[in-house]
Write a protein that binds this ligand. Structure first.
Ligand SMILES: *Cc1c(COP(=O)(O)O)cnc(C)c1O
Length: 342
């Protein structure tokens, strides 16, 4: 029955959160927007919901937040991606916390009894007020976002600009700026960190100072194995021609599952720790690999991402970032949480 599975290691995820907490000394706003970066917000929220280190959750929109409330998530849920007039009733009903970053958002709120965070654009060039002070009793948080955490000089400029604004908010409970990569700046005046990627075990920087552990394994099954002769074309448009008699395997995982077509003829998958090259074009539901050096048979599992090969490494091969690759993981991949022994 199972053709493709994403395994989520509960204990690794929880351990990563503890490490992020220990490093920063700040409680965590766990970013689980876009279905927890394609991993599965339901699964991730379940894993994190009883953790003391996790203060709250952040999603992009009201629809994502309602899904979490419907699965009995009780912690604060921050809406990062703006609000529209028709969201208001839901925000009240489900007790959600919008981020306000535009005067139009304030107008939409009117005088409803809704607590919110205010966002500052300190150099991201996306959402946020530039340098206006918003005076409103309902403000419970102030936030900003790094645009280029690998650039120390610009990041410190953003920190300085944010500090100037934060000064004007004496009574807010939460001040947050650091994302997974931004954590390295240890901003002295923030109270929380707002992280996604690192929780999931992907290091956002080469020399990341926190020893987070891979928590995801992506695998798919071989649905056919056969020999094809020398000089034989493989897959659409015949972009690969065999140089010798070749034992090929057809893996039940294609670009519809999230394997970027740019990996055609260039990436590799993994069979029992051994690299097997991708041959020819990746297709919608299937990918062809070279199994000549293996004894792999129909029904066996091929790994796409594992402890040794991260989404970050695969994304690099595909010419993209792990965020994009992960967000493309299709809904038809089964999510399996490997339970921690508690
Ligand atoms: C996605 C997002 C984050 C989390 O970033 P990571 O790099 O995954 O830690 C934090 N803040 C905002 C505003 C975001 O959009």
């Amino acid at each position: 029955m199972k053709r493709a599975v994403l395994e989520i290691d509960e204990e690794k995820i929880r351990e990563n959160v503890r490490k992020l907490y220990r490093f920063s000394g700040k409680r965590i706003i766990a970013v689980i927007k876009a279905d927890a970066y394609g991993i599965g917000a339901k699964e991730i929220a379940q894993i994190l919901s009883d953790m003391e280190e996790v203060d709250s959750f952040a999603v992009a929109c009201v629809k994502e937040a309602i899904q979490l409330r419907k699965q009995a998530i009780k912690k604060e849920i921050l809406i990062l991606g703006g609000i529209f007039p028709e969201d208001l009733d839901f925000i009240e009903e489900y007790q959600l916390t919008p981020v306000i970053s535009d005067h139009e958002h304030l107008k939409i709120l009117g005088n409803r009894d809704i607590k919110f965070h205010v966002k500052y654009d300190t150099g991201m060039g996306r959402l946020g007020f530039l340098n206006e002070i918003i005076k409103d009793e309902r403000i419970i948080g102030v936030m900003s976002h790094f645009s280029s955490p690998t650039n120390r000089e610009f990041s410190l400029l953003q920190v300085k600009r944010f500090e100037e604004m934060v000064k004007h908010y004496r009574n807010v409970q939460k001040i947050h700026m650091e994302s997974s990569a931004g954590l390295i700046y240890k901003v002295p005046f923030t109270t929380h960190i707002r992280v996604g990627l690192a929780i999931y075990g992907e290091k956002p920087l080469k020399n990341y100072p926190i020893d987070i552990k891979p928590a995801l394994r992506l695998k798919a099954r071989i649905i056919s194995v056969k020999y094809v002769p020398e000089d034989y074309p493989i897959s659409y448009s015949r972009t690969f021609i065999t140089k010798r008699r070749t034992r090929i395997g057809i893996v039940a995982f294609g670009y519809a599952d999230g394997l970027m077509k740019s990996l055609s003829n260039k990436g590799y998958l993994i069979y029992k720790g051994k690299r097997v090259s991708i041959l020819g074009n990746i297709t919608m539901d299937m990918t062809i690999v070279d199994l000549s050096e293996t004894d792999a048979k129909v029904g066996d599992w091929i790994e796409i991402v594992n402890e040794e090969r991260s989404f970050t490494a695969l994304a690099k091969d595909a010419g993209t970032i792990p965020y994009e690759l992960m967000c493309n993981l299709s809904k038809r991949i089964e999510r399996m949480v490997l339970k921690a022994d508690k």
